[in-house]
Ligand binder design. Structure first.
Ligand SMILES: [Zn+2]
Length: 118
């Protein structure tokens, strides 16, 4: 499956749910784990355990046309949530979509050039 970046700001954000295999997704997972975001599943908010393993990395990409920037929000998902998202045609739960939008807004604020008023 291929994904293209849309430059329509109203387009749905792109979602990739990748199995936690391969170097890139493993690195992403380790990054989330080391930053403290890998303790709970982003979908069901339950802690990862021996039984509830980290199974997938979900990434949502927003392209902000005005800023010409790409923002990616990443989550770790358990097998149940990853399977539910796949069954749902790759749609993320609404609270994760909102989180990605919030992260994009925050990213845009950080990316905006500081207005000097000295
Ligand atoms: Zn879950």
């Amino acid at each position: 499956m291929t994904y293209t970046v849309s430059n329509d700001p109203h387009a749905d954000p792109l979602l990739m749910v990748l199995p936690l295999q391969g170097e890139v997704t493993r690195a992403v997972g380790e990054d989330l784990n080391s930053s403290g975001h890998g303790k709970c599943c982003a979908g069901c908010d339950k802690p990862f355990t021996v039984a509830r393993k980290q199974r997938a990395v979900g990434r949502m990409t927003h392209f902000d046309d005005a800023a010409g920037r790409l923002f990616t929000t990443t989550w770790l998902l358990c097998g149940i949530c990853a399977a539910a998202i796949r069954r749902n045609g790759g749609r993320l739960p609404a609270h994760l979509v909102q989180e990605a939008r919030d992260a994009t807004s925050a990213g845009l604020l950080l990316a905006a050039p500081a207005e000097g008023n000295a």
